[in-house]
Design a protein around this ligand. Structure first.
Ligand code: SDX
Length: 431
């Protein structure tokens, strides 16, 4: 819990208002304005919440100036190097790194929940075959609340625990089924002897007519992508999940809301948009043309995969992702991948350009992830779906933290009303 210390004084209309200041473990102090409207009759104004803390949290901390990302205090670089996704899931969910026994139990519980209710297969068949996988995921995840009623009571800690494990376990299966459905191939069932990332790759790329061996370098890279996208403070989709959950809605519906928000190209959809941009650039000689467009105020084009609301330095995830991109492409024997060459040259030129340096626009997590996913054989339409698989543990962890918070209130922002003043109705014959 943040400690209280001195206060800030707001002077307006000849009166002074004392607003408590809270100091966090890490990061800037916050001014507690919860009583402001009651005391001073005014709102604060912060569209996009650039200067607003929406909650207390103990899960993830980002230092945007230093380019640091901590999960329960552990730096993302160390977790990416030494841990693996399900261990990071345990850390995010329960707050500490697990013992061997705790990890084995957690991994076993997740493994035993990877299958979907067989009736859900018919829901997939209601979609067109060319449906975007993200559209299928929003629909199917929202529908889980129609199948798993025994874990929808958010006030029951045991049901919250079951829903958490079910979501983490079933998202890879749902994403893989969405992929298979859109390419007209049969669904592949999960295998309990495989680790999380290997299971996902096999469900995506195996076919019933032959055996399939997962390449350990690709499953390690997949696991690392899952780890790097797991949680990220109060980003747009996590804030969506928190706001939806604040009304008491069931966890499956709230996660579906998070998936919908993540879909946007300014957020999780950026990895797909970034790769499409790199393809559109095509060759390194066209990079200056696109950099000029990104700097042109009259052109809505932006360099996808660049910039971040919080990071005003390198996104530490992008640095790790860049190393994985080199490893995967070396393995695939496509180290001279033209898209990767364009990406590396674009990064070099953009970082040399005062526009990007001055605005602190550095590559973010989405800049390199698409290149790895494409090298693995995924179509761009699956990139954000894979981001959603990974971020489910972040959404669920933040949801659990919020539901257990004794200060929980339904989220209900106010507004600055700039519309018409009160006026009388005008009959149509007098308009
Ligand atoms: C994710 O929040 C999270 O944590 C998100 C995420 C997570 O893990 O959950 O990290 C995942 O969403 C990463 C971001 C992926 N999005 C993209 O790569 C899309 C391209 N980036 C931009 O859309 C933008 O940078 C945002 C949305 C990411 C951040 O936007 P901000 O902080 O609201 O900043 P802004 O849009 O107001 O831009 C500030 C200035 C503007 O110029 P001025 O009006 O000041 O002159 O920088 C410019 C912008 O025009 N700018 C860019 C740019 N991004 C910002 N110019 C060119 N190319 C870009 N990519």
């Amino acid at each position: 819990m943040a400690e209280d210390k001195n206060s800030a004084t707001l002077s307006m209309n000849g009166k002074d208002y004392e607003l408590p200041i809270k100091s966090p473990t890490l990061g800037p102090d916050v001014i507690d304005i919860r009583k402001l409207y009651g005391q001073a009759g005014v709102f604060t104004y912060d569209p996009g919440f650039t200067s607003t803390a929406s909650c207390d949290s103990t899960i993830t901390f980002i230092d945007g100036e230093k380019g640091e990302l901590l999960h329960r205090g552990y730096p993302i670089e160390q977790l990416a190097e030494k841990s693996h996704y399900l261990e990071v899931c345990y850390l995010l969910l329960y707050g500490e790194l697990p013992s061997t026994a705790q990890l084995e139990d957690f991994e076993s519980r997740v493994t035993k929940h990877t299958m979907l209710h067989e009736q859900l297969h018919f829901l997939f068949r209601g979609f067109r075959r060319d449906a975007p996988p993200m559209a299928i995921m929003v629909g199917v995840v929202g529908a889980l609340s129609a199948f798993y009623h025994d874990s929808t009571d958010v006030n029951d800690p045991w049901q919250r625990e079951v829903a958490s494990v079910r979501m983490i376990a079933k998202m890879p299966t749902i994403a893989a089924m969405a992929f298979k459905y859109t390419i007209g191939q049969p669904f592949i069932y999960p295998r309990n002897e495989l680790d999380y990332a290997s299971n996902f790759l096999r469900m995506c790329f195996a076919v019933p007519s032959e055996d399939y061996e997962v390449n350990p370098i690709l499953s390690r890279a997949m696991d690392r992508i899952f780890t790097l996208h797991a949680d990220h403070e109060q980003n747009a989709s996590t804030s969506t999940v928190r706001l939806a959950s604040s009304s008491g809605a069931n966890p499956f519906a709230c996660i579906a809301a998070g998936i919908a928000c993540l879909w946007g190209p300014a957020h999780g959809g950026a990895n797909q948009a970034c790769l499409e941009m790199l393809r559109e650039i095509g060759t390194v000689d066209r990079i200056p043309e696109f950099i000029a467009r990104a700097k042109d105020k009259n052109d809505p084009f932006r360099l996808m995969g660049f910039g971040h609301r919080v990071y005003k330095n390198f996104d530490p995830r992008a640095t790790v992702m860049k190393q994985s991109a080199d490893e995967v492409l070396d393995l695939m024997g496509i180290e001279d991948n033209p898209t990767l060459q364009v990406a590396k040259e674009l990064e070099r030129q953009a970082l040399d350009d005062p526009y990007f340096a001055d605005k602190k626009l550095f590559p973010n997590v989405d800049f390199y992830s698409g290149i790895i996913l494409e090298a693995m054989g995924f179509p761009t339409s699956m990139f954000t779906a894979i981001f959603a698989v990974s971020r489910t543990v972040g959404w669920i962890s933040q949801w659990k933290e919020m539901i257990a918070d004794p200060q929980l209130k339904i989220g209900r922002p106010r507004q600055l009303y700039v519309g018409a003043p009160m006026r009388d109705y005008v009959d149509i014959e007098n308009r």
